[in-house]
Write a protein that binds this ligand. Structure first.
Ligand code: G3P
Length: 217
């Protein structure tokens, strides 16, 4: 299972990279705005900065919603760095653009996916990643994890190679449940990854080991 961090904050990205288990980064226009990154040139530079910190894939989202605009922006993003994956919204023009990018060998992440039908279309168009937003489904009392399970079933039925990128992960249990279901990737805040470290018996056990060592030395 790949671990991506869902942020445009360079300090958080560096911290996750230093942990040694980071496989990539996802961003979106809201996350960019949260870091105060505005203006096309600054946004493009920020993507390159992120690529220079991490070893893996970095999703960079298009703003255009028409085919020509998505293609123009996506090609510009893909040219920025070999680690860039073009993030395209799940709309009709987006699906056309994903097919276009697939044929040109440009990798894509189909975002804002909330149903199995949308995930099936993304795979048919050849998306590299599909991003179902599990947290936002949970927010409206719909089981986000169930969507991951249904997509896993359908992709396995037909051997689709599109990787299931569980997005809008909010906490550590989401990570674990996605791992059980067989999501290929999860993207969430650093806290959702660091939560995997925690167990009180580890803390108690370590404290005792260190205390016993001190007694004899
Ligand atoms: O990767 C998708 C993500 O950025 C959305 O997360 O927490 O805003 O629903 P959230």
């Amino acid at each position: 299972m790949k671990f991506f961090i869902d942020t445009a904050n360079l300090d958080q990205i560096r911290e996750a990279q230093d942990l040694g288990v980071l496989d990539g980064v996802t961003t979106n226009p809201s996350l960019m705005a949260k870091e105060g990154i505005t203006g096309r040139n600054n946004i493009l530079k920020h993507y390159v900065d992120i690529c220079n910190i991490v070893d893996g894939d970095v999703s960079a989202e298009v703003i255009a919603t028409d085919f020509d605009g998505i293609v123009k922006e996506g090609e510009q993003l893909a040219d920025l760095h070999e680690q860039i994956v073009v993030k395209v919204p799940m709309i009709k023009e987006g699906i056309k653009a994903i097919k276009y990018f697939t044929d040109k060998g440009i990798r894509t992440n189909c975002t804002l996916v909330f149903s199995v039908g949308q995930a099936l279309l993304a795979a048919k168009a050849g998306a590299t990643y599909v991003s179902p937003f599990i947290g936002r489904l949970d927010d409206i009392s719909t089981d986000g994890l169930n969507l991951i399970a249904e997509i896993r079933l359908i992709y396995d039925n037909y051997g689709f190679e599109t990787e299931i990128l569980a997005a809008s992960v909010r906490h550590t249990m989401h990570v674990l449940e996605c791992a059980k279901i067989g999501a290929d990737v999860m993207t969430g805040p650093l806290s959702s990854i660091e939560g995997l470290l925690k167990h009180p018996l580890t803390d108690i056990g370590l404290e005792k080991f260190l205390a016993d060592y001190k007694k004899g030395n």
